[in-house]
Design a protein around this ligand. Structure first.
Ligand code: ZN
Ligand code: ZN
Length: 195
């Protein structure tokens, strides 16, 4: 445990007395890689912790909310999205030695439970798991984003209504080239396209 990490919290003042509690409200810089390639909390951005630490008989119960900004890329149209995420936290950090007791009693997952080191607990793994789980796997700029035109790549949300491309059936294309006006647009039409 890195004692200088802003996520490492002393619970000394709770004195292991069940029922004692305190509030923890602070902003901490988001750690790196809090998310995936397409959606993440930017490293160093403010994560707002609004938590309650409560001493219970087996450890310290941490509950509350974590809120932070989110930067993402729409999975359909690749537009950048600025959003935020708020997650609920509920985690029991066991007192040192408690995990070993539970393991002895046959709890095979006891080793994976969070544990206090001395009277300190590290919120980072808990916050990381909760935030990453809450982020959508395929972010969207809006629920019914129309995505990109498969033919020209333009954003369909930005394109003219009914944007589409005339496609000649290949069996008719030879015929189409025989028509005198096929594929021609006037000068005004061309300028319109370039904009
Ligand atoms: Zn989109
Ligand atoms: Zn198109």
């Amino acid at each position: 445990m890195n004692a200088r990490s802003p996520f490492v919290i002393s619970t000394h003042d709770l004195g292991r007395q069940p029922g004692l509690m305190r509030e923890l409200n602070r902003a901490v810089p988001a750690p790196a890689d809090l998310g995936t390639d397409v959606i993440a909390v930017p490293a160093g951005a403010d994560l707002e912790l609004a938590l309650r630490l409560e001493a219970v008989s087996d450890g310290v119960l941490v509950t509350g909310e974590v809120t932070g900004p989110v930067r993402a890329e729409c999975s359909r149209c690749l537009r950048e999205i600025d959003d935020s995420v708020t997650v609920d936290i509920s985690e029991l950090y066991y007192y040192p030695g408690k995990r070993a007791e539970l393991a002895k009693e046959g709890d095979e997952e006891a080793e994976d439970l969070p544990e206090l080191v001395g009277d300190q607990l590290d919120l980072e793994p808990t916050v990381r798991d909760a935030v990453v789980l809450a982020l959508p796997f395929r972010p969207l700029c809006r629920p019914d984003c129309a995505g990109l035109c498969p033919d020209c790549g333009v954003r369909l949300d930005d394109a003219e209504p009914g944007h589409h491309h005339e496609k000649l059936d290949p069996r008719w294309s030879a015929l189409g080239s025989l028509l005198p006006d096929a594929g021609q647009t006037g000068p005004a039409g061309e300028r319109e396209e370039e904009r």
